[in-house]
Ligand binder design. Structure first.
Ligand code: UD1
Length: 420
């Protein structure tokens, strides 16, 4: 298994360009199953999750070509059964359920298992499909869905932790080909949902309200092919912004969407970070004095859970007491024990991490547990003195395009150690 070897203590300087958003491209790729015509998706990041999704679409009978950040998919005819082992391995693949049901009126998708950041149920996805008239059974770890007719409905998608991002995407993709009008209440407002709605509308869907809590979908008979450029990855942008600060450097972040980053930029400024915006460019540096801040993760437009671990590294380096409360996923503090190996002082009280910041970090071997935790460990390794080895970096390759190359170009001393 590959690992990253980081020699810390080097301030990052220079420019970085943000890649397309992983969480936008996965449902958009799934949406291509809704039409027999070809779809072209641009600014697709080279990530293992994207390759995985491409394999899933291929196993369902679609023709998928990937070249230089452009993915072309044509799902002229779909097979009734895909490669379910593949589907089981990636949570994002649950969003093929909606398109398959809409196009084929039946689907079989494996239930995603629990993962390290929480149990991650899909009850809300299933509720939405049932409300549209689908019959669902769960057998041997699979969801079997059938709907001779899908009929528009009023669907409430709010759950215990608020709206669901992929649930909203899934139901939206099923409803575009349903008869009549569907209203999704308590819909997720994330920019990735808006991007999907934008793509679906280019395909001929009639969706209004995406980006707000009420989405209205007028069902249409069929969709056609479309071309689309995926939005930039706001979590990658947040990660590089924090990297600039924790290494005491200055990074110009190009091609991001600062308007998708209000909560993150606001917290960074509150923490004393200097952020300068000019169009789609942000320049981020440490500022005069850092201050601890309290953060609570919330659905968009609140502070994103996917940037929580990275922000914890900044708080660990900032003198004073910072409290980070995780409200989206119940066990998303796996990085805490690994950060402790580097010398961070963080205690957990229920859903909150109490960060006693300002300790000096020193390099150590650490183990990445999930995607964003891995990013946090890389940031911490770059801020620490000495050598840090981040193991199990396949998590990072799932969601950050060539992160080691990008960091190296900014001056980081980071190398990939390949193991047989
Ligand atoms: C997506 C993102 C992930 C991000 C998360 C929250 C993708 C591929 N992944 O995941 O990076 O961290 O949004 O912003 O886009 N829930 C239920 N029932 C459901 C579905 C979800 O109770 O049927 C709960 C979850 O357990 C969690 C909360 O709702 O507590 C939010 O999860 P959700 O928005 O669905 O996350 P994902 O869409 O899976």
């Amino acid at each position: 298994m590959d690992s990253l070897l980081i020699r810390g203590g080097v301030p990052l300087h220079g420019e970085v360009t943000i890649s397309g958003a992983k969480n936008a491209v996965l449902p958009i790729m799934a949406a291509t199953l809704l039409t027999p015509e070809p779809c072209v998706i641009r600014r697709v990041p080279e990530l293992s999750d994207v390759k995985f999704m491409a394999r899933i679409l291929t196993s369902l009978g679609a023709k998928v070509e990937m070249e230089d950040g452009t993915v072309t998919v044509q799902a002229r005819k779909l097979k009734p059964v895909g490669n379910y082992d593949l589907i089981r391995k990636m949570r994002g693949s649950i969003c093929i359920l909606g398109p398959l049901l809409a196009r084929q009126r039946q689907a079989k998708v494996s239930l995603p298992g629990g993962c390290v950041i929480g149990t991650r149920p899909i009850d809300l996805h299933l509720k939405g499909m049932r409300d549209l008239g689908a019959k669902l059974t769960i057998e041997n770890g699979y969801v079997h869905a059938e709907a001779p007719r899908l009929i528009g409905a009023d669907i409430f998608l709010g759950g215990r932790a608020g709206p669901t991002v992929l649930g909203t995407a899934n139901v939206m993709m099923a409803a575009v080909l349903a008869e009549g009008v569907t209203t999704i209440e308590s819909a997720a407002c994330e920019p990735e949902v808006v991007d999907l709605a934008f793509f679906l509308n280019k395909m001929g869907a009639r969706i209004v309200g995406a980006g707000g809590p009420t989405i209205t979908i007028n069902g249409v008979k069929e969709l056609h092919g479309a071309k689309h450029e995926v939005i930039p990855d706001r979590i990658e942008a947040a990660t590089f912004a924090i990297a600039a600060v924790v290494t005491n450097g200055e990074i110009q972040i190009n091609g991001a969407r600062p308007d998708h980053l209000h909560a993150v930029l606001d917290k960074l400024r509150e923490a004393g970070v200097k952020v300068e915006r000019k169009g789609l460019t942000m320049t981020v540096s440490r500022g005069k004095q850092l201050k601890p801040v309290d953060i609570t993760t919330l659905p968009y437009a609140g502070f994103p859970t996917d940037a929580q671990a990275q922000m914890m590294v900044l708080m660990a380096l900032t003198p004073g007491l910072g409290i980070i409360t995780e409200r989206i996923f119940e066990s998303r503090f796996m990085h805490v024990s690994e950060l402790a190996r580097l010398g961070a002082d963080i205690g957990i009280e229920g859903p909150s991490a109490i960060v006693k910041g300002g300790r000096k970090l020193s390099g150590a071997p650490v183990m990445a547990s999930d995607l964003r935790a891995s990013a946090a460990l890389v940031l911490a390794g770059m801020a620490a003195e000495g050598k840090t080895q981040v193991n199990r970096i396949y998590h990072l390759d799932r969601g950050y395009e060539k992160i080691d190359d990008k960091l190296r170009r900014l001056g980081a001393r980071i190398e990939r150690v390949e193991e047989e």
